[in-house]
Design a protein around this ligand. Sequence first.
Ligand code: NAI
Ligand code: MG
Length: 394
Amino acid sequence: MTKPTIVTMPGDGIGKTVLPAAIKVLDTIGFEADYVYADIGWEFWCTEGNPLPQRTIDLLKEHKIGLFGAITSKPKTEAAKELSPELQGQGYTYYSPIVGLRQLFQLDICMRPCRSFPGNPLNFIRKGAGGAVEEPKVDVVIFRQNTEGLYCGVEWTNPEDQVWNALNTHPKFKAFADVPRQELAVSTRIFTQAGCNRIVGEAFKFAEKFGYKSVTICEKPNVIRETSGMMLETGKRIQKNYPHIELWNTNIDAQMMWLTKNPEDYGIIVAGNMFGDIVSDGFAGLVGGLGFACSANIGQEVAVFEPTHGSAPKYETLEPSIVNPIAMILSACMMLDHLGETEKATVIRNAIATVIAEGKFMSYDLLKLRGGPEALDKGAASTDQVTDAIISRI
Ligand code: NAI
Ligand code: MG
């Protein structure tokens, strides 16, 4: 295989801390790649009016693989205020560069594995029979449709005539026909057959490759008949090619209840954009939360790997840094998998598992401490110490 070039986008805040930590781990494992740095995030919004500069898009177009840290985003009015003075009042509007990347490169498959590491004090536990404490092993991979659904951005407040007239053609819209239009907000939930085919298809392929026994479509087809219905029907059709893998069907609300009851029963979960966002945070909470939540955004050509957490600005300038680098390192492992370097990814995951099982180098979140400089005095390991511990176990 030719040596890949990885476009590194640390972004803002702790993205600048955890991404270099992940690269240090990749270097240790002997992953051969070139890295090119690319600008993204708040700084470029403020100075250029664009948090996702064209030069970054070009680099991704060329090299196809991105490793992303985190960005800061702020509400509309605050964003406008922080624009540099010469750019103010010129019609620049802020949009999230990571959402932008997903749309621009059609990164329609979002994968979020949620796997418990034995010994992680943040693992979900429950009471079993006779009051015994049980710690179920969670091994779930969420496949979230990443470009459509409620996050597609087709929405209106005070909809214009054409839109309002079109809505009026639907019998169920009668219930809203008398609402003054300026008091009406509409966000559409658009699913396409192609989008459903891709996400369900990739989910089944993954289930087969890694031996998961079930694929669960997690939507709400009894109520949201058209879109959720399309996803479920797609599941039924594609499952026919995988007779040895069961198709399960859960409603998002019930799934959120069940995931704290029997999380070990689930394998692969497929959902649309918003429900996928929700259910993946739910499962991530069972296995350690933001410090462990890794993800991949995969399109037909380009793929971007990122931790789920944000830029945690309050820790940006803390020296030494105390944030947990594991979510970022696990995201880098997903990149290795994507590039066919599964053995290297496995070695890194095993090293993380060892560090956690040993319990000697635990970042503040693992010790359930308040984040702050005093966490180190209370026994928390710094970002560097956790990273070095992982490196030493490789
Ligand atoms: P956040 O994920 O940055 O932080 C939430 C909480 O989790 C904080 O208490 C933080 O200290 C903690 N945390 C986050 N990452 C951690 C880590 N690796 N180790 C230990 N603790 C960690 O979300 P928040 O505070 O809501 O947003 C901060 C900024 O990040 C905002 O501007 C937001 O828009 C942005 N954001 C960006 C995302 C991205 O880049 N994909 C995702 C979520 C938020
Ligand atoms: Mg989310």
